[in-house]
Ligand binder design. Structure first.
Ligand SMILES: Cc1ncc(COP(=O)(O)O)c(C=O)c1O
Length: 367
Protein backbone atom coordinates (compact mmCIF):
# COMPACT_ATOMS: atom_id res chain seq x y z
CA UNK A 1 0.00 0.00 0.00
CA UNK A 2 1.23 3.48 -0.87
CA UNK A 3 2.82 5.41 1.99
CA UNK A 4 1.09 8.58 3.05
CA UNK A 5 1.59 11.02 5.92
CA UNK A 6 -0.57 13.95 6.90
CA UNK A 7 0.55 17.25 8.37
CA UNK A 8 -0.66 17.72 11.94
CA UNK A 9 -1.21 21.45 11.28
CA UNK A 10 -1.93 22.37 7.64
CA UNK A 11 -3.40 18.91 6.84
CA UNK A 12 -1.55 18.56 3.53
CA UNK A 13 -0.22 15.13 2.55
CA UNK A 14 3.19 13.69 1.76
CA UNK A 15 3.76 10.41 -0.03
CA UNK A 16 7.52 10.46 0.41
CA UNK A 17 8.85 8.36 3.32
CA UNK A 18 11.96 10.55 3.28
CA UNK A 19 10.01 13.66 4.35
CA UNK A 20 10.69 14.08 8.04
CA UNK A 21 8.40 17.09 8.37
CA UNK A 22 5.78 18.95 6.36
CA UNK A 23 6.82 21.70 3.94
CA UNK A 24 5.01 24.10 6.34
CA UNK A 25 7.50 23.08 9.07
CA UNK A 26 5.06 21.12 11.26
CA UNK A 27 5.22 17.46 12.28
CA UNK A 28 3.76 14.80 10.02
CA UNK A 29 1.75 11.77 11.12
CA UNK A 30 1.58 8.50 9.16
CA UNK A 31 -1.91 8.21 7.68
CA UNK A 32 -1.60 4.89 5.81
CA UNK A 33 -2.95 2.32 8.21
CA UNK A 34 -5.05 -0.78 8.36
CA UNK A 35 -7.65 -1.46 10.99
CA UNK A 36 -6.37 -3.39 14.01
CA UNK A 37 -7.68 -6.97 13.95
CA UNK A 38 -6.60 -9.74 16.30
CA UNK A 39 -6.79 -12.28 13.46
CA UNK A 40 -4.19 -10.37 11.44
CA UNK A 41 -1.47 -10.88 14.06
CA UNK A 42 1.30 -13.30 13.06
CA UNK A 43 1.17 -15.33 16.26
CA UNK A 44 4.43 -17.25 15.64
CA UNK A 45 6.51 -14.16 15.12
CA UNK A 46 7.93 -12.91 18.44
CA UNK A 47 9.04 -9.48 17.25
CA UNK A 48 7.18 -6.26 16.42
CA UNK A 49 6.72 -7.78 12.97
CA UNK A 50 3.96 -9.99 14.30
CA UNK A 51 2.03 -6.76 13.57
CA UNK A 52 3.35 -6.33 10.02
CA UNK A 53 -0.24 -6.11 8.72
CA UNK A 54 -0.53 -2.79 10.53
CA UNK A 55 2.41 -1.38 8.58
CA UNK A 56 0.82 -1.75 5.15
CA UNK A 57 3.37 0.60 3.58
CA UNK A 58 6.21 -1.89 4.25
CA UNK A 59 6.77 -5.03 2.19
CA UNK A 60 7.89 -8.20 4.04
CA UNK A 61 11.09 -8.38 2.01
CA UNK A 62 12.25 -4.91 3.00
CA UNK A 63 12.05 -5.52 6.77
CA UNK A 64 15.23 -4.82 8.74
CA UNK A 65 15.01 -6.60 12.08
CA UNK A 66 17.26 -7.43 15.01
CA UNK A 67 14.51 -9.26 16.89
CA UNK A 68 12.99 -6.15 18.53
CA UNK A 69 9.74 -6.13 20.46
CA UNK A 70 7.62 -8.71 22.26
CA UNK A 71 9.39 -7.70 25.47
CA UNK A 72 8.16 -9.34 28.69
CA UNK A 73 5.31 -7.86 30.69
CA UNK A 74 6.05 -8.82 34.29
CA UNK A 75 3.66 -8.68 37.21
CA UNK A 76 5.58 -6.74 39.87
CA UNK A 77 2.86 -6.45 42.52
CA UNK A 78 -0.84 -7.20 42.71
CA UNK A 79 -2.03 -4.54 40.25
CA UNK A 80 1.31 -3.35 38.88
CA UNK A 81 3.07 -4.57 35.75
CA UNK A 82 6.44 -3.64 34.29
CA UNK A 83 6.92 -3.69 30.52
CA UNK A 84 10.58 -4.62 30.16
CA UNK A 85 11.35 -2.64 27.02
CA UNK A 86 14.98 -2.21 28.03
CA UNK A 87 15.38 -5.82 26.83
CA UNK A 88 15.36 -4.74 23.19
CA UNK A 89 18.40 -5.48 20.97
CA UNK A 90 20.23 -2.20 21.67
CA UNK A 91 18.91 -1.87 25.21
CA UNK A 92 16.03 0.56 24.73
CA UNK A 93 12.49 0.95 23.39
CA UNK A 94 13.86 2.98 20.47
CA UNK A 95 14.49 -0.21 18.49
CA UNK A 96 10.79 -0.40 17.67
CA UNK A 97 10.96 2.94 15.88
CA UNK A 98 14.36 2.31 14.30
CA UNK A 99 13.35 -1.05 12.85
CA UNK A 100 10.24 0.38 11.16
CA UNK A 101 11.96 3.58 10.01
CA UNK A 102 15.08 1.91 8.58
CA UNK A 103 12.91 -0.77 6.93
CA UNK A 104 10.95 1.99 5.17
CA UNK A 105 13.85 3.99 3.81
CA UNK A 106 17.00 1.85 3.42
CA UNK A 107 16.45 0.76 -0.18
CA UNK A 108 15.59 4.21 -1.50
CA UNK A 109 18.64 5.74 0.16
CA UNK A 110 20.99 3.01 -1.01
CA UNK A 111 19.68 3.32 -4.58
CA UNK A 112 20.59 7.01 -4.45
CA UNK A 113 24.01 6.17 -3.03
CA UNK A 114 23.14 8.19 0.02
CA UNK A 115 23.56 7.98 3.77
CA UNK A 116 21.33 8.75 6.73
CA UNK A 117 21.82 11.49 9.26
CA UNK A 118 20.52 11.53 12.84
CA UNK A 119 21.16 13.76 15.86
CA UNK A 120 21.43 11.90 19.16
CA UNK A 121 24.24 10.86 21.43
CA UNK A 122 21.91 8.65 23.38
CA UNK A 123 19.67 5.64 22.95
CA UNK A 124 18.21 6.74 19.62
CA UNK A 125 21.66 7.35 18.14
CA UNK A 126 22.77 3.87 19.24
CA UNK A 127 19.59 2.27 17.94
CA UNK A 128 19.61 3.99 14.54
CA UNK A 129 23.32 3.11 14.19
CA UNK A 130 22.57 -0.56 14.88
CA UNK A 131 19.72 -0.81 12.36
CA UNK A 132 21.73 1.04 9.73
CA UNK A 133 24.51 -1.50 10.29
CA UNK A 134 22.02 -4.37 9.90
CA UNK A 135 20.72 -2.82 6.66
CA UNK A 136 24.21 -2.13 5.29
CA UNK A 137 23.37 1.57 5.19
CA UNK A 138 25.86 4.35 5.90
CA UNK A 139 24.89 6.41 8.96
CA UNK A 140 26.26 9.68 10.26
CA UNK A 141 25.29 10.52 13.82
CA UNK A 142 25.64 14.13 15.00
CA UNK A 143 26.49 14.48 18.69
CA UNK A 144 27.48 17.27 21.10
CA UNK A 145 31.25 17.90 21.14
CA UNK A 146 31.88 16.71 24.70
CA UNK A 147 29.86 13.49 24.61
CA UNK A 148 31.05 10.18 26.09
CA UNK A 149 29.55 7.16 27.85
CA UNK A 150 28.13 3.76 27.01
CA UNK A 151 25.55 4.92 24.48
CA UNK A 152 28.20 6.85 22.58
CA UNK A 153 30.43 3.76 22.64
CA UNK A 154 27.57 1.76 21.15
CA UNK A 155 27.27 4.25 18.27
CA UNK A 156 30.97 3.83 17.48
CA UNK A 157 30.95 0.04 17.81
CA UNK A 158 27.98 -0.23 15.43
CA UNK A 159 30.22 1.49 12.89
CA UNK A 160 28.39 4.79 12.39
CA UNK A 161 30.35 7.89 11.44
CA UNK A 162 30.28 10.45 14.22
CA UNK A 163 30.21 14.21 13.75
CA UNK A 164 30.95 16.20 16.90
CA UNK A 165 29.26 19.60 16.96
CA UNK A 166 30.25 22.46 19.29
CA UNK A 167 27.35 24.39 20.80
CA UNK A 168 23.97 23.55 22.24
CA UNK A 169 21.54 20.76 21.31
CA UNK A 170 19.81 23.02 18.75
CA UNK A 171 23.11 23.50 16.95
CA UNK A 172 23.63 19.72 16.77
CA UNK A 173 20.16 19.28 15.23
CA UNK A 174 20.75 22.10 12.75
CA UNK A 175 24.01 20.52 11.57
CA UNK A 176 22.35 17.11 11.18
CA UNK A 177 19.56 18.68 9.10
CA UNK A 178 21.85 20.85 6.96
CA UNK A 179 21.45 19.92 3.29
CA UNK A 180 24.46 18.09 1.91
CA UNK A 181 24.93 15.90 -1.13
CA UNK A 182 23.80 12.33 -0.49
CA UNK A 183 22.61 13.10 3.04
CA UNK A 184 19.10 12.15 4.17
CA UNK A 185 18.08 13.44 7.57
CA UNK A 186 15.77 10.91 9.22
CA UNK A 187 16.06 12.19 12.80
CA UNK A 188 13.87 10.17 15.18
CA UNK A 189 12.71 13.32 16.98
CA UNK A 190 10.81 14.39 13.86
CA UNK A 191 10.26 11.38 11.68
CA UNK A 192 6.62 10.16 11.70
CA UNK A 193 7.59 6.59 10.76
CA UNK A 194 9.75 6.27 13.89
CA UNK A 195 6.72 7.08 16.04
CA UNK A 196 4.54 4.72 14.02
CA UNK A 197 6.89 1.88 15.03
CA UNK A 198 6.41 2.66 18.72
CA UNK A 199 2.67 1.89 18.50
CA UNK A 200 3.62 -1.82 18.72
CA UNK A 201 4.26 -1.25 22.44
CA UNK A 202 0.54 -0.62 22.95
CA UNK A 203 -0.47 -3.62 20.86
CA UNK A 204 1.83 -5.84 22.93
CA UNK A 205 0.51 -4.63 26.28
CA UNK A 206 -3.02 -5.28 25.00
CA UNK A 207 -2.13 -8.79 23.86
CA UNK A 208 -0.05 -9.67 26.93
CA UNK A 209 -2.85 -8.63 29.27
CA UNK A 210 -5.08 -11.03 27.33
CA UNK A 211 -6.91 -8.42 25.28
CA UNK A 212 -7.29 -5.90 28.03
CA UNK A 213 -5.70 -2.55 28.63
CA UNK A 214 -4.55 -1.41 32.06
CA UNK A 215 -6.31 1.53 33.73
CA UNK A 216 -3.06 3.48 33.84
CA UNK A 217 0.11 3.63 31.71
CA UNK A 218 3.17 5.46 33.11
CA UNK A 219 5.70 6.69 30.53
CA UNK A 220 8.90 8.72 30.83
CA UNK A 221 8.73 11.64 28.38
CA UNK A 222 11.34 13.82 26.74
CA UNK A 223 11.02 14.42 22.96
CA UNK A 224 7.65 12.64 23.00
CA UNK A 225 8.20 9.81 20.52
CA UNK A 226 7.36 7.15 23.11
CA UNK A 227 4.25 8.99 24.27
CA UNK A 228 2.93 9.77 20.80
CA UNK A 229 3.67 6.26 19.56
CA UNK A 230 1.81 4.68 22.48
CA UNK A 231 -1.13 7.05 21.95
CA UNK A 232 -1.13 6.13 18.28
CA UNK A 233 -1.53 2.46 19.23
CA UNK A 234 -4.37 3.33 21.61
CA UNK A 235 -6.11 5.34 18.88
CA UNK A 236 -5.87 2.32 16.58
CA UNK A 237 -7.55 0.09 19.18
CA UNK A 238 -10.32 2.65 19.74
CA UNK A 239 -10.80 3.30 16.01
CA UNK A 240 -11.13 -0.42 15.35
CA UNK A 241 -13.88 -0.65 17.99
CA UNK A 242 -11.91 -3.16 20.10
CA UNK A 243 -11.72 -0.87 23.13
CA UNK A 244 -14.16 1.84 24.05
CA UNK A 245 -12.18 4.24 26.14
CA UNK A 246 -8.62 5.35 26.59
CA UNK A 247 -6.72 4.28 29.68
CA UNK A 248 -5.17 7.11 31.70
CA UNK A 249 -1.79 7.84 30.17
CA UNK A 250 0.54 9.57 32.64
CA UNK A 251 3.53 11.49 31.30
CA UNK A 252 6.43 11.36 33.76
CA UNK A 253 9.16 14.01 33.73
CA UNK A 254 11.93 15.32 35.94
CA UNK A 255 11.28 18.53 37.84
CA UNK A 256 14.20 20.09 35.93
CA UNK A 257 13.02 19.19 32.41
CA UNK A 258 9.24 19.32 32.39
CA UNK A 259 7.91 21.56 29.61
CA UNK A 260 5.02 19.16 28.88
CA UNK A 261 3.94 18.88 32.52
CA UNK A 262 3.84 22.66 32.86
CA UNK A 263 1.87 23.13 29.64
CA UNK A 264 -0.64 20.46 30.60
CA UNK A 265 -1.13 21.97 34.06
CA UNK A 266 -1.20 25.55 32.67
CA UNK A 267 1.77 26.51 34.83
CA UNK A 268 4.70 28.74 33.88
CA UNK A 269 7.92 26.82 33.22
CA UNK A 270 11.38 28.24 33.79
CA UNK A 271 14.28 26.41 32.25
CA UNK A 272 17.01 25.42 34.70
CA UNK A 273 20.34 27.16 34.07
CA UNK A 274 22.01 23.79 33.88
CA UNK A 275 20.49 20.33 33.64
CA UNK A 276 22.06 18.11 36.29
CA UNK A 277 19.43 15.39 36.61
CA UNK A 278 20.54 11.77 36.87
CA UNK A 279 17.76 11.07 34.34
CA UNK A 280 20.16 12.05 31.60
CA UNK A 281 18.03 10.82 28.69
CA UNK A 282 15.19 13.20 29.49
CA UNK A 283 16.72 16.46 28.33
CA UNK A 284 14.36 17.90 25.68
CA UNK A 285 13.71 21.36 27.09
CA UNK A 286 11.98 22.58 23.94
CA UNK A 287 10.66 19.51 22.07
CA UNK A 288 9.43 20.15 18.51
CA UNK A 289 6.50 17.80 19.19
CA UNK A 290 5.32 19.71 22.29
CA UNK A 291 2.14 21.18 20.74
CA UNK A 292 1.21 17.79 19.33
CA UNK A 293 1.76 16.10 22.70
CA UNK A 294 -0.46 18.67 24.43
CA UNK A 295 -3.20 18.28 21.82
CA UNK A 296 -3.22 14.48 22.01
CA UNK A 297 -3.02 14.37 25.81
CA UNK A 298 -6.03 16.68 26.03
CA UNK A 299 -7.92 14.55 23.53
CA UNK A 300 -7.38 11.34 25.51
CA UNK A 301 -7.73 12.88 28.97
CA UNK A 302 -4.20 12.01 30.12
CA UNK A 303 -2.39 13.26 33.19
CA UNK A 304 1.14 14.45 34.01
CA UNK A 305 3.52 14.10 36.95
CA UNK A 306 6.97 15.38 37.85
CA UNK A 307 9.51 13.97 40.24
CA UNK A 308 12.60 15.36 41.97
CA UNK A 309 16.11 13.93 42.09
CA UNK A 310 15.69 12.13 45.44
CA UNK A 311 12.53 10.46 44.22
CA UNK A 312 14.23 9.34 40.99
CA UNK A 313 17.26 7.96 42.81
CA UNK A 314 15.27 6.01 45.35
CA UNK A 315 13.01 4.57 42.61
CA UNK A 316 16.13 3.60 40.63
CA UNK A 317 17.63 1.84 43.67
CA UNK A 318 14.36 0.15 44.61
CA UNK A 319 14.01 -1.19 41.08
CA UNK A 320 17.61 -2.44 41.03
CA UNK A 321 17.19 -4.12 44.42
CA UNK A 322 14.15 -5.89 43.02
CA UNK A 323 16.24 -7.16 40.09
CA UNK A 324 15.35 -4.49 37.51
CA UNK A 325 18.51 -2.59 36.58
CA UNK A 326 17.21 0.21 34.38
CA UNK A 327 18.38 3.69 33.46
CA UNK A 328 17.52 6.45 35.95
CA UNK A 329 15.45 7.97 33.11
CA UNK A 330 13.26 4.88 33.16
CA UNK A 331 13.03 4.99 36.96
CA UNK A 332 11.31 8.38 36.53
CA UNK A 333 8.14 6.54 35.50
CA UNK A 334 8.26 4.29 38.57
CA UNK A 335 8.95 7.31 40.80
CA UNK A 336 5.86 9.04 39.38
CA UNK A 337 3.79 5.90 39.96
CA UNK A 338 4.97 5.78 43.60
CA UNK A 339 4.09 9.44 44.02
CA UNK A 340 0.57 8.73 42.76
CA UNK A 341 0.21 5.87 45.24
CA UNK A 342 1.31 8.20 48.06
CA UNK A 343 -1.07 10.92 46.92
CA UNK A 344 -3.92 8.40 46.84
CA UNK A 345 -4.54 8.98 43.12
CA UNK A 346 -4.85 5.30 42.31
CA UNK A 347 -7.88 3.39 43.48
CA UNK A 348 -7.46 -0.14 44.84
CA UNK A 349 -8.56 -2.14 41.85
CA UNK A 350 -6.86 -0.07 39.15
CA UNK A 351 -4.17 -1.83 37.10
CA UNK A 352 -1.02 0.11 36.19
CA UNK A 353 1.62 -0.63 33.58
CA UNK A 354 4.97 1.13 33.93
CA UNK A 355 7.17 1.08 30.85
CA UNK A 356 10.85 0.50 31.70
CA UNK A 357 12.57 2.00 28.69
CA UNK A 358 16.38 1.74 28.94
CA UNK A 359 18.91 -0.76 30.31
CA UNK A 360 20.81 0.13 33.50
CA UNK A 361 24.23 -0.84 32.12
CA UNK A 362 24.02 2.23 29.87
CA UNK A 363 23.93 4.50 32.91
CA UNK A 364 26.97 6.50 34.00
CA UNK A 365 25.92 6.36 37.69
CA UNK A 366 28.50 4.81 40.00
CA UNK A 367 27.38 2.77 43.04
C1 LIG B 1 15.68 5.45 28.37
C2 LIG B 1 14.75 6.48 27.83
N1 LIG B 1 13.52 6.59 28.35
C3 LIG B 1 12.64 7.50 27.89
C4 LIG B 1 12.97 8.38 26.89
C5 LIG B 1 11.96 9.40 26.43
O1 LIG B 1 11.54 9.16 25.15
P1 LIG B 1 11.05 10.33 24.19
O2 LIG B 1 12.26 11.18 23.89
O3 LIG B 1 10.52 9.65 23.02
O4 LIG B 1 10.03 11.11 24.96
C6 LIG B 1 14.25 8.30 26.30
C7 LIG B 1 14.63 9.22 25.22
O5 LIG B 1 15.77 9.32 24.86
C8 LIG B 1 15.15 7.32 26.77
O6 LIG B 1 16.37 7.19 26.24
Amino acid sequence: MQYEAKCTKCKSYSSNPLDYKCSCGSPLEVSTKSTFRKEAIKKNNYTIWRYSEFFPYIEENQIVSLGEGWSPLIRFAKNVYFKLDFLNPTGSFKDRGSSVLISSVHRMIKEMNGYISEDSSGNAGASIAAYAARAGLRARIYVPADVSGQKFNQIIFYGAEVERVAGNRGKVAAEAQKLEKGKFYIGHIWHPIFRDGIKTLTYEIFEQLEWMLPNRIYLPVSAGTLLLGVIRGLEDLVDSGIIEEFPKVITCQTRQVSPLYHRLKNLPYTLPEKITSIADALVSTNPPLLDLMVKKMREIGGDAEIVGEDEIYSAFIELARSGFHVEPSSAVAYAAYKKHVEKGEISGDEISVIVLTGFGLKSTLKP
